[in-house]
Design a protein around this ligand. Sequence first.
Ligand code: SAM
Ligand code: SF4
Length: 337
Amino acid sequence: MQDTLNPAMMDPFGRAVTYLRVSVTDRCDFRCTYCMAENMTFLPKKDLLTLEELERLCAVFVDKGVRKIRLTGGEPLVRKNIMHLVRQVGRHVEAGRMDELTLTTNGSQLARFASELYDCGVRRINVSIDTLDPDKFRKITRWGELDKVLEGVRAAQAAGLKIKINAVALKDFNDTEIPDMLKWAHGEGMDMTVIETMPMGEIDEDRTDRYLPLSQLRADLERRFTLEDIPFKTGGPARYVKIRETGGRLGFITPMTHNFCESCNRVRLTCTGTLYMCLGQDDAADLRGPLRASEGNDLLSAAIDEAITRKPKGHDFIIDRTTRQPAVARHMSVTGG
Ligand code: SAM
Ligand code: SF4
């Protein structure tokens, strides 16, 4: 729903920017092997925007026509006092200035925060689970406990939150397990989305070894299930099918095999106040300077307008054996997935 009082920002390609993703921290209590190296150097805490500053930035974006905000990271629920920000941003939903506040989480802290999230106006969350095998889960996250995450999922369901399970499709890791995960998620009344691994940041392994084109996964699934393309949309880049046998929805996020940039409606803010107009490009705008330069929001608003004029047409992700460097040096946890 677009607000006539706050018309949407338009980029040079005529796309309305109505969706802001905020990486509230680059830190995480897991180290998923496709996302991070084991020994990560995180941002010094002194460089972070305060929660009040993040709240002010979100409010300015809402004034400029943003209707949906997703908090992500790193792991958003490990940032100290994060619920303060959730509550403040949630007030825009309550007041009808925004359609949705949501969150992407690894679920490790969800049991603790689920009911408070609901209380703050959050209604849907994404929980990332790449396998339902506890040993494999420990391996892919380097030390995560699947039980704790599943406890979080149950708490979120009990609190009334709708959940979508996100899984990165990884060759020779979870490809054969996806059908069972699908049955589990749909059996629990949750949608599921599979994601292609993207070349972001140096990690300790070669991404080529794990890269699984979703066109291949879809072909495998079609041997076991009946997939019906549906026009369902959640404001993100996933294209959905309905699985006839389970009655549930499965989304495909295919940045590599099917570029979805033509319908991109979002920009991404980091916890240091850098605005990335595209997940897969290095160009960025500093919002911390204008934020701190004045108590009014005019400078900030002008900096955002200028940044939007630089939103690129799309990303140039490639994963192959000749392209050794990641497309962008920063990890997904910096810009926020
Ligand atoms: N920690 C939270 C989580 O895992 O849900 C939020 C941040 S995480 C960066 C957001 C999503 O990005 C997760 O679903 C994760 O699996 C995915 N992700 C991380 N690195 C990725 C990569 N290189 N390619 C594709 N997806 C990635
Ligand atoms: Fe942490 Fe999420 Fe990255 Fe895993 S995918 S290391 S949980 S930020």
